[in-house]
Design a protein around this ligand. Structure first.
Ligand code: URA
Ligand code: SF4
Length: 217
């Protein structure tokens, strides 16, 4: 890494293009070395979706399948998210989907690569990418899926258990709603999962309805 790209704390900042737009952000992110997570991952998984998306969804970080394919939310959690979006009447191709952290962090368990929770320093290192996605897309609503996404933007004092499903006004977008992460549902079964799934669908519907009641910027 060139000397001028070093800083005292990990950050993607020096890797960002000067005048960001989606194509050059995506390209620049491919070579990000802002924290150590690029070292064990296959590739950067940048966000995906229309530049004019009204709704921007944020997950935590790519999983095993996302790391291999280079696309966000294509594995088991992604399939669950797709079903929830579809039940909420939101076409996935109309929303921009991204993650708080753009590289897959994992630990080996036999031949499997298991998700490993990103540290606060890694979440903050990666945030410039997320900030640029938000500022180029200018969504009317941001939907945070799980605590990592929510706390990346709202700070560690933000508790999903308390705030989930509330339509909030924030500096990031006129509206923001935090809900559970679809992966949390994958760890449940039976009626518990059904219940959590319908609550996720309801939160997504609430987000879509909130957009309709606010004027376009
Ligand atoms: N979980 C996430 O948070 N993001 C993905 O892209 C896939 C799984
Ligand atoms: Fe850069 Fe984010 Fe990957 Fe770290 S996780 S290397 S900050 S893109």
């Amino acid at each position: 890494m060139p000397k001028e790209k070093r800083s005292e704390f990990p950050t993607a900042r020096p890797f960002l293009p000067e005048t960001p737009h989606l194509p050059n952000l995506r390209e620049a992110a491919e070579n990000c070395r802002g924290c150590d997570l690029y070292q064990n991952a296959t590739q950067t998984v940048f966000g995906e979706g229309p530049e004019k998306a009204v709704m921007l969804l944020i997950g935590e970080q790519p999983g095993d399948q996302e790391d291999r394919s280079g696309r966000p939310f294509v594995g088991p959690a992604g399939r669950l998210l797709d079903r929830a979006l579809s039940e909420a009447g939101i076409p996935r191709k109309q929303v921009y989907v991204t993650n708080a952290v753009k590289h897959f962090k994992w630990v080996a368990r036999g031949k499997r690569r298991l998700h490993d929770k990103p540290r606060r320093s890694e979440i903050l290192a990666c945030r410039p990418w997320l900030e640029s996605e938000i500022s180029t897309i200018k969504p009317r609503i941001i939907v945070c899926l799980g605590a990592t996404a929510a706390q990346s933007l709202m700070g560690t004092g933000f508790k999903i258990t308390k705030e989930r499903g509330k339509v909030l006004q924030t500096e990031w977008a006129p509206l923001l709603l935090a809900t559970v992460h679809p992966s949390a549902l994958l760890r449940m079964d039976g009626p518990e999962r059904e219940q959590a799934f319908s609550e996720l669908v309801m939160d997504l519907m609430k987000a879509a309805a909130a957009v309709k009641t606010t004027a376009a910027r």
